[in-house]
Design a protein around this ligand. Sequence first.
Ligand code: COA
Length: 352
Amino acid sequence: MSRAAVLCGLGGSLPERIVSNEELAEQLDTSDRWIRTRTGIGQRHVVAPGQSTSDLAVAAGAQALASARATAGRADDGVDPVDPVDPVDLVVLATSTPDRPCPATAPDVAHRLGLGHVPSFDVSAVCTGFVYALATAASMITAGIAGRALVIGADTFSTILDPADRTTRAIFGDGAGAVVLRAGDSGEPGALLGFDLGSDGSGADLITVRAGGSRQRSVPGPAAEGEEFFTMDGRPVFTRAVLDMSRSSQSLLERVGWSAAEVDKVVAHQANIRILNAVGEQLGLEEKQIVANLDRVGNTVAASIPLALRDAVAGGELQPGHRVLLTGFGGGLTWGSAALVWPELETGRPHR
Ligand code: COA
């Protein structure tokens, strides 16, 4: 047994407003049939005017903290989700839609959650952000730098999409998901057993927002029209997503010593049901091993994996003792996987 980071709390938050495929079809040249058959998505949630990534991150974080407190068997007062006995001493927020380009959004989230002067920072790896953030926080725990971490994935891509782009508007939705990690040992359920991470910057242009960074701002004059919007080259992204999530999953499974058949649930980044099925085929998985909630939420970027975990737990699909493989792929290009045995978790009361 060795010191390890153990998952002990889970939460999530979605904005209230739901945009159905039918509503999109009223505004754009698309249809419910096209979106469902080509992506598997039926609806997505979008933020209200004035609502931002940090708002969703705070709500998801509060729920994960309440879950951790309840899992530890401590009273939940319904008001303050922070555990007075074992407070969080690290916040890592995965997002590529921060509230502002500078500073990071994590310190504001930590402050609003009442966590005091804890170290907090953002991780930017687009749809792989949650796995990168999980690996960062877990490493800080195993290194003894932190004892208890709140890891959040939150994005509001509706704020950076081109309103006229039928492809990206069909795919992306807003949301936040969060977990709490505590120091424990590698033999416990919930211990993060290993990671596989990678990137390939030669594909940086495939998923991008061209304006708003130093490259564009160092050129005199305003950004060219439309450069402030998110763009994606769907076909090559599809191919790389299948390839890189499959390869990353395979190499992690080898390291952890599990066969694909021994994995109970694969919780992959929810980008497109055809990508999930293709990864399943590459790994030789059966349909029942693959968790999918994208029909209800779309691609929620850094929130995707923790929201899929939350829905799988709520629906009874994910049970304590299950061997779980997480795998993600996103802009950068980036990819990453993590493995754990699912722990017994209490959900805690949602805090407002
Ligand atoms: N409604 C109707 N038609 C649409 C559409 C929409 N919402 N979006 C695209 N189309 C059209 C295209 O314009 C194209 O028309 P054309 O043949 O007249 O040029 C046609 O559908 C096929 O487009 P194509 O891009 O080849 O479709 P596809 O089957 O590859 O599906 C994606 C497009 C974007 C759904 C798919 O490529 C994908 O999921 N890519 C990966 C996305 C992803 O994972 N992103 C996040 C990574 S983290």
